[in-house]
Design a protein around this ligand. Structure first.
Ligand SMILES: CC(C)(COP(=O)(O)OP(=O)(O)OC[C@H]1O[C@@H](n2cnc3c(N)ncnc32)[C@H](O)[C@@H]1OP(=O)(O)O)[C@@H](O)C(=O)NCCC(=O)NCCS
Length: 192
């Protein structure tokens, strides 16, 4: 299957039906899911029976234009985690969410910034997107820095959703970040 996106170091590709173990392992690291579930792993049967089928249904729903994609290191083929670029389920196709989740071994190498930047380019030059947004908890400084580095800015503060009230820092809420196509054009290329 053709890659969805390639950057200097990373290839994004659709998840296959046999990739459940990659997602199970990713979500089994308490540090990776610290600001998502409070550190609790996602049950393997939930990944197999709900999450992976839903991710794969998205490829059909959006004709491969949007979705949640596996990130592999191109040189080694090693699984790094995932990135998503997708509208809300029945939302407008020009208003899409950016998201990312990487294995701990991949952190701190500029991978999230590299791929997020390439996803913005794809969104605004190929996919007719008008706004890219992302949401993060107030304590998740790493996630915020990725969005700040690619030129996104805070547009609103968020209350923590009911199902995340047990997560560390839930009382501090979160932030929604956005960038419009016009802001992205004004931003220009990131310094290399
Ligand atoms: C958030 C995440 C994707 C960042 O990935 P990454 O590849 O390590 O990020 P980068 O290397 O591109 O770093 C981007 C910037 O964030 C900073 N950063 C990364 N992690 C950080 C942390 N924990 N605290 C503070 N800053 C951090 C980096 O220093 C860099 O900024 P700088 O260039 O000014 O130094 C990764 O930590 C992750 O997968 N976390 C778990 C899942 C998650 O929280 N996803 C987001 C949910 S909203």
């Amino acid at each position: 299957m053709d890659p969805y996106l390639q950057t200097a170091r990373v290839t994004l590709r659709p998840f296959g039906a046999d990739d459940a173990d990659l997602l199970v392992e990713l979500d089994s690291d308490p540090e990776v899911v610290r600001y998502l579930s409070g550190g609790a792993p996602t049950a393997p049967e939930v990944v197999r029976d709900q999450i992976l089928p839903s991710v794969r249904a998205g490829y059909d729903r959006w004709g491969g234009r949007f979705g949640l994609f596996a990130a592999d290191e191109t040189a080694s083929g090693e699984f790094l985690g995932w990135f998503c670029l997708r509208p809300e389920r029945d939302g407008p196709l020009d208003h899409v969410e950016l998201g990312y989740r990487l294995r701990r071994a991949a952190w701190g190498r500029g991978i999230a910034t590299e791929v997020a930047d390439a996803l913005l380019t794809k969104a605004f030059t190929e996919l007719d997107v008008r706004v890219v947004w992302g949401a993060t908890m107030a304590l998740n400084r790493g996630s915020q820095r990725v969005m700040e580095k690619v030129g996104m800015t805070v547009t609103q503060t968020l209350e923590t959703p009911e199902d995340m009230l047990a997560v560390e820092g839930a009382d501090l809420g979160g932030f929604q970040y956005e960038i419009t196509r016009d802001q992205w054009k004004e931003r220009g290329a990131l310094p290399s």
